[in-house]
Design a protein around this ligand. Structure first.
Ligand code: SAH
Ligand code: SF4
Ligand code: F3S
Length: 471
């Protein structure tokens, strides 16, 4: 495997294997013939979910099995998110709720990690105010989980590790995937964009890409193991291998994965409009296995606000990308993220976001009210509009999107879509899946279809779910 300055040395991983064995021995003498039970919960984005699957992989190798609630667990691990205040509040609340469980079972290990605990101030808060928490570590040292558990279990010390770092790439960690047919495959980590509102670059380190062939081989193995939907992940997949030549960049990666044998669908997120190129749109259009769905977060439709957000594109560039994408893929489904009430945004500027949404006709939107994040540039910007006022704008935005989404789904009536069948739906006998464009579709069918593809004709489209029948 090619070395980059970010690659964690083999030696470090071997050391963790030794800790793994030590922990395994201790646990098996304490719990045998049972296995200790771990409850793992991940908050936040799919990248964090992918990390969570590696944390579970490591716990599994140490001898843990998994349970569905924290109450009777021997270990509780929360893999946290720091993107908005609300996300952090939920974690503080959920950690607080563990206290009585720990009282009942003082041997319960409580472990916190992820983006929230990468912030020194948060790690310090857990240290001083949550003495029943055993282990706290940040994103850059997650592969050292066996060592941390060893230190707590065998040396009896609480652990705090939030080393500041540019980040790393760790290959070869065990993965315990949550799904049997949908897989998360990070292609890059970190972010260099420093959008003025965003905490991610501070908690995830510098942008770094995984080796091209390593990613392709991983996908090949997943497809051979029966995975039907491959989700390529990165905060900004368009800058994948930005410093290498074009034949190793993201469009080339899509083409290489598309040419692998087997029936499967390729999705990717997130594209940043600054780095989204015509080559990417052309690769999407050419590649049959790539879902015709583009998640292209615009954040705002106003150029002054975009500049203050440090997004490095304007409304015109964004709309020209959208025009080109619709030209090549008239059926394309586009989704986006929007921030309402960025500091200093006026109502008139917000209206530019509304008009952009009318123009693009998104399938769906992720909408957020601005949340100040300590350490980011926007945290200190004057923010005169009240939360209540922002709430009114927010409602205007979601009402408009509801109307657009309803119009879009109404146009699906009578058409046949190939969907990956994902799970049972209500009422009994119904199944649920998603179209390539990421619209939820429900229909009557036998459970045995779950995990495979089916052709479904839309008979009764509603705004957020369309109903149909198997063809
Ligand atoms: N890398 C992706 C976004 C990842 S974060 C991109 O650049 O598009 C997901 C979304 O959370 C962002 O697109 C943004 O809309 C929202 N977000 C990030 N920080 C936020 C903040 N401080 N307040 C409100 N929303 C925020
Ligand atoms: Fe955050 Fe911007 Fe990076 Fe996305 S591109 S993760 S919004 S800094
Ligand atoms: Fe949250 Fe970290 Fe993802 S802050 S959105 S879990 S990168």
């Amino acid at each position: 495997m090619p070395d980059s300055k970010f690659t964690v040395p083999e030696q470090e991983l071997l050391k963790q294997k030794e800790y793994n064995e030590l922990v395994k021995t201790v646990l098996s003498s304490r719990f045998s013939p049972e296995k200790p039970k771990a409850f793992v919960h991940t908050y936040g984005c799919q990248g964090n979910v992918a990390d969570g699957e590696k944390l579970k992989g490591m716990l599994w190798e140490m001898g843990f099995d998994f349970c569905q609630s924290p109450e009777n667990a021997d270990l509780v691990l929360y893999n946290t998110c720091a993107i908005r205040e609300h996300a952090e509040d939920r974690v503080f609340g959920n950690v607080g709720a563990l206290k009585p469980f720990k009282k009942k079972n003082p041997d319960m290990l409580i472990v916190l990690c992820g983006c929230m605990t990468q912030q020194q101030c948060v790690a310090d808060k857990f240290k001083s105010s949550y003495p029943f928490v055993d282990i706290v570590f940040g994103t850059h040292v997650a592969h050292r989980l066996p060592e941390f558990i060893y230190r707590r279990l065998c040396l009896g010390k609480r652990v705090y590790e939030t080393a500041d770092s540019d980040g790393n790439i760790v290959e070869g960690l065990p993965v315990k995937r949550d799904g049997a047919f949908r897989a998360w495959v990070p292609v890059m980590y970190g972010c260099n964009n420093f959008c003025s509102y965003c905490i991610v670059p501070y908690v995830r380190g510098r942008e770094r890409s995984r080796d091209f062939d390593t990613v392709v081989n991983e996908v090949r193995d997943l497809v051979a193991a029966g995975y039907k939907e491959i989700n390529l992940l990165g905060q900004n997949v368009n800058s994948y291998n930005k410093d290498l030549t074009g034949d190793k960049q993201f469009p080339a990666l899509l083409r290489a994965i598309n040419s692998l044998e087997g029936e499967f669908i390729i999705r990717f997120m997130t594209s940043h409009p600054r780095d989204c190129t015509r080559e990417l749109i052309e690769a999407m259009a050419d590649c049959k296995k790539v879902a015709k769905h583009l998640h292209l977060p615009v954040q705002s439709g106003n150029n002054r606000v975009l500049k203050e957000m440090n997004r490095h594109y304007d409304r015109e560039k964004y709309l020209s990308l959208i025009d080109y994408a619709y030209e090549l893929m008239p059926e394309l489904s586009i989704t986006s993220d929007i921030i309402v009430g960025f500091p200093g945004e006026t109502y008139e500027e917000f209206c530019d976001t509304l008009s952009l949404i009318e123009k693009v006709k998104y399938t769906s939107l992720f909408t957020f009210i601005f949340s100040p994040r300590k350490g980011t540039r926007a945290y200190d910007m004057p923010d005169p509009v009240s939360r209540q006022e922002k709430g009114v704008w927010f409602k205007q935005l979601t009402d408009l999107q509801e109307k657009i989404a309803g119009e879009r789904t109404a146009g699906m009536k009578g058409r046949v879509y190939r969907v990956l069948v994902e799970e049972k739906a209500k009422p009994d006998g119904f199944l649920s899946g998603r179209t390539q464009g990421n619209v939820i579709i429900e229909f009557e069918g036998d459970e045995s279809l779950i995990g495979g593809f089916a052709d479904v004709i839309v008979t009764n489209p509603k705004t957020w779910v369309v109903y149909g029948e198997l063809v």
